[in-house]
Design a protein around this ligand. Structure first.
Ligand code: PMP
Length: 403
């Protein structure tokens, strides 16, 4: 019983994709990419694209980094899967947890690996409830934390949330960068979820005094502060962790995307003391068959080591500035950024989409943000060169000229 219809034989892969592969983009690019390497992607017609989005901050060291590919091959030959998480000592998990915690503050010394960013959010939410014995959660408007039911319940977009009622109860939505909102955090709050820099909201950078006030309010009430660095962590903002620039330390850190070097991997990281509340009664803990997959941990560690050894992070700020310098056009209303996480604000989604289409037709790949469709996303692999930045900005400005 083939689900592919008889006349499918005459369709090309793009048509088959749209017909038979479920996806929920409202504007699928449906480019058929057959190869990717470093800063570039090639489609089935042999056309080359400069990648300005890195799979949304996944390939921070570029596509198919040789060290990552090698680590995948080597680990795949050793073992790929043993048993549900936690039964065996898996050396790729040990090695990666050790490397990560060596580069984190003392209170972030225990790593729970997951399959994705959303699963890290779910795990962290459960952990906060267990540790505090409290039931309420606070999160921010315009935040994105994932698409599973729990992550969706804290997501900062009412239109989206309303489509999936009933949601988790006990969730408060606060305004980012707003002091009055902080009063809603109380002794009933188990945790506050905040992106260190809001991504899908259109790159909203927190005001330093405000984020300190948030940290202070959590300390005062005993609510755990959970910083989501799934999108902004691992060098994108010009430091290994975004919170280094904010001058605060979270109780729980969430990672994903770039964590796996291109493979699916997420993590929630906390102190051993806090994590113990999940592990001391394993029956009620968090269970995941593939979370912390050995091949993905090996890939992630290779990518992490490559990131640290290459020293690309120290050039991120200057590269961001170079983009800003060359993104001068009357159609650009604002550029919001921290390092190589950048939103170029245009008049409307229509203007943005037309410019994006022009860029793609001219070999530069970019897109928009979930909650800021009028903003063009610029978040390339961190290895982008000065020449590539100048070239990308030239194409974007040409596209704006053509409007
Ligand atoms: N948190 C943030 C800040 C994100 O940007 C994303 C993904 N865009 C997620 C969580 C969810 O990650 P995943 O898609 O791996 O579930």
């Amino acid at each position: 019983f083939s689900t592919f219809a008889e006349n499918d034989r005459d369709m090309n892969n793009r048509q088959l994709f749209l017909q038979h592969v479920a996806q929920t983009s409202d504007a699928p690019l449906a480019l058929e990419i057959v190869k990717a390497e470093g800063m570039y992607m090639w489609d089935a017609n042999g056309r080359k694209y400069l990648d300005l989005i890195a799979g949304i901050s996944v390939c921070n060291m570029g596509h198919c980094h040789p060290a990552v590919v090698k680590a995948i091959q080597e680990q795949a030959q050793q073992y790929m899967h043993l048993l549900v998480y936690g039964e065996f000592v898996q050396s790729p998990q040990v090695a990666y947890a050790k490397a990560l915690t060596q580069h984190l503050p003392e209170n972030l010394d225990c790593v729970y690996f997951t399959n994705s960013g959303a699963e890290a959010v779910e795990g962290a939410m459960k952990l906060a409830k267990r540790f505090t014995g409290r039931t309420e959660i606070a999160a921010f408007n315009r935040s994105y934390h994932g698409s599973t039911q729990g992550a969706l319940s804290i997501l900062g977009d009412e239109y989206w949330r309303n489509a999936y009622r009933p949601l988790l109860p006990g969730i408060q939505h606060l305004e980012y960068n707003n002091y009055a909102s902080l009063e809603l955090i109380t002794r009933n709050t188990a945790a506050v979820f905040a992106e260190s820099v809001q991504g899908e909201g259109g790159v909203i950078v927190p005001q330093p005094e405000w984020i300190h006030a948030l940290r202070a309010k959590c300390n005062e009430t005993g609510a755990l502060l959970i910083l989501d660095e799934v999108q902004c962590g691992l060098g994108r903002n010009g430091t290994l962790w975004a919170f280094e620039q904010l001058g605060i330390v979270p109780d729980i850190l969430l990672l994903g995307k770039a964590l796996g070097g291109g493979m699916p991997l997420g993590a929630f990281i906390s102190s051993h003391t806090i994590m113990w509340s999940l592990t001391n009664n394993p029956v009620l803990g968090h269970i995941t068959t593939f979370g912390g997959h050995p091949v993905n941990c090996a890939a992630g560690l290779a990518g992490f080591n490559a990131l640290l050894e290459s020293q690309v992070i120290k050039d991120v700020k200057a590269k961001g500035e170079l983009f800003r310098k060359h993104l001068q056009h009357p159609a650009i209303k604002a550029v919001r950024s921290l390092g190589l996480m950048m939103a170029v604000e245009l008049e409307s989604f229509e203007v943005n989409k037309k410019t994006i289409d022009y860029c793609i037709a001219n070999g530069v790949l970019t897109d928009w943000f979930l909650f800021a469709a009028e903003c063009m996303r610029i978040a390339p692999p961190l290895i982008i060169t000065e020449e590539e930045i100048v070239q990308a900005c030239k194409v974007i400005c040409e596209g704006l000229d053509k409007l």
